[in-house]
Design a protein around this ligand. Structure first.
Ligand code: SAH
Length: 337
C-alpha cells in the first residue's frame, strides 16, 4: 500500500493510466484529499469499482502529533513517524501570513558547530508523504491557512533533493495548498552540485544559503561542509542560480560573538557578494546550550550591518520568531522541549 500524500499530481495520473483508469480522475482525487477536510480514499465521489481499486493501492496517511508548544509568534510541533523516529516543525506567525518551517531529515549530518539539529546524527531522509503530512497536520491542528513554506527545519534538504522536489510539487498544486513558488524558500549549507540541480529543476524555489563566514579558513571551523565545497564554489553556484532563474539569493549569516562578526569579516563578505543579485540576512544566534558560542551584542550586529550597507550590499535582520518555545533557527531537535 502506498501513502497517497507522497504522490505528485503527475505521478498519480500515470498510476491511474497504469491501472486502467482515466488520468483525469486525478482532478477529483487531488482536490478531495487536499481539501481542508480531507476525504478518505473510500469516500471519494467516484464509481464504486474505482474507489475499491484505489483503496487497494492507496491510503491517506497521517503523522501523530505528540506535542505542541505555542507562543504568540510561533508554534512548535513534535511529530512521531511510523518507525518511531520523531521530527519537529514550526508554524511561524507573520503579519502577512502563516509560514511552516518543514523538516526534511531525521537528524542531520552536516555538523555545523553552532546548530542543535547537527548534534543528532542523521538517521534517514524523510519521505515525500512525511513532509506533506507536516503541512496537513499543522493546518488541521492550527486551523490556519498556510501561505508559505520554509524548507529549513531539521536536515539538509539538498541531500534529500528528489523527495523535496516532489513535496514542492504537491505544495504548489493549485487546488490543494496552492503555495506559489515565490513563497517557498529552501535553505542549504551549500551542497554545490545540488544547487545546480535545483537551479535546473522545474521548481527553482527561493534559495537561501547558510554562509556564516566569508572565507574558507573560518567557515571550515564552524561548518565542516566547507572542506568539501569551498566558499568560492558556493558563490559561483549561487550566481548561476540567480542568473538562470532571475532570483535574488539570500545569504544567511548567524552572528557569533568574536567569531565571525568583525568589521573585517563584513568587508570581506561585501567583497565576496559585490555585484550579485543577493542580500545578507543577519540572524541572531539562538541559544542551544552550547557554551562555545554567544550571540554578538546588538551594537556589534549594527556595526556589521552598517559596513555591508555602506558597501552597497543589501542586508536585513531576521525577525526573531519562536525563541520562547525553542523553535527558532538552530533550536530544532527531536524532543520538543
Ligand atoms: N541545513 C539547512 C537548513 C537548516 S537550518 C542549512 O544549513 O541551511 C536553518 C538556518 O538556521 C541555517 O542558516 C542555520 O545555519 C541557522 N542556524 C543553525 N543554528 C542556529 C542557531 N543556534 N542560531 C541561529 N541560527 C542558526
Amino acid at each position: 500500500m502506498t501513502d497517497i500524500y507522497g504522490i505528485t499530481y503527475g505521478k498519480l495520473k500515470a498510476k491511474l493510466t497504469e491501472i486502467g483508469e482515466k488520468p483525469s480522475r486525478a482532478d477529483i482525487i487531488f482536490p478531495a484529499i487536499y481539501s481542508e477536510t480531507p476525504t478518505a480514499i473510500a469516500e471519494l465521489t467516484l464509481k464504486k469499482e474505482t474507489t475499491e481499486k484505489l483503496s487497494g493501492i492507496f491510503y491517506t496517511g497521517e503523522l501523530e502529533c505528540m506535542k505542541v508548544l505555542t507562543s504568540e509568534t510561533a508554534d512548535k510541533y513534535l511529530f512521531a513517524l511510523g518507525d518511531g523516529n520523531t521530527v519537529e516543525s514550526v508554524l511561524m506567525k507573520h503579519e502577512f501570513g502563516y509560514n511552516v518551517c518543514v523538516s526534511t531529515q531525521v537528524g542531520c549530518n552536516m555538523g555545523c558547530a553552532f546548530c542543535m539539529s547537527g548534534k543528532l546524527k542523521k538517521r534517514r531522509d524523510l519521505t515525500v508523504s512525511e513532509m506533506t503530512e507536516q503541512l496537513l497536520a499543522i493546518r488541521r491542528i492550527s486551523g490556519k491557512k498556510i501561505t508559505g513554506i520554509s524548507i529549513m527545519g531539521i536536515g539538509e534538504p539538498l541531500e534529500n533533493i528528489s523527495n523535496v522536489l516532489d513535496f514542492v510539487d504537491i505544495a504548489m498544486y493549485p487546488k490543494g495548498f496552492d503555495i506559489g513558488i515565490k513563497h517557498i524558500t529552501l535553505s542549504t549549507c551549500g551542497l554545490v552540485p545540488k544547487i545546480y540541480e535545483l537551479a535546473d529543476s522545474r521548481t527553482p524555489v527561493n534559495l537561501a544559503i547558510s554562509l556564516h563566514a566569508p572565507y574558507d579558513e573560518l567557515r571550515e571551523k564552524i561548518m565542516p561542509v566547507t572542506k568539501k565545497y569551498r566558499t568560492a564554489e558556493v558563490i559561483e553556484a549561487a550566481k548561476y542560480y540567480s542568473e538562470k532563474n532571475n532570483r535574488r539569493i539570500t545569504f544567511e549569516y548567524v552572528m557569533l560573538d568574536g567569531v565571525n562578526d568583525s568589521d573585517e569579516c563584513a568587508q570581506q563578505l561585501s567583497g565576496l557578494l559585490k555585484g550579485m543579485n543577493a542580500y545578507v540576512n543577519l540572524i541572531r544566534y539562538n541559544d542551544t546550550g552550547n557554551t562555545a558560542f554567544r550571540c554578538s551584542p546588538h551594537e556589534r550586529i549594527m556595526g556589521f550591518y552598517d559596513v555591508l550597507k555602506k558597501n552597497g550590499i543589501g542586508v536585513t535582520m531576521r525577525r526573531e520568531l519562536g525563541a520562547s518555545v525553542n523553535a527558532a533557527c538552530g533550536q530544532l531537535s527531536a524532543n520538543c522541549q
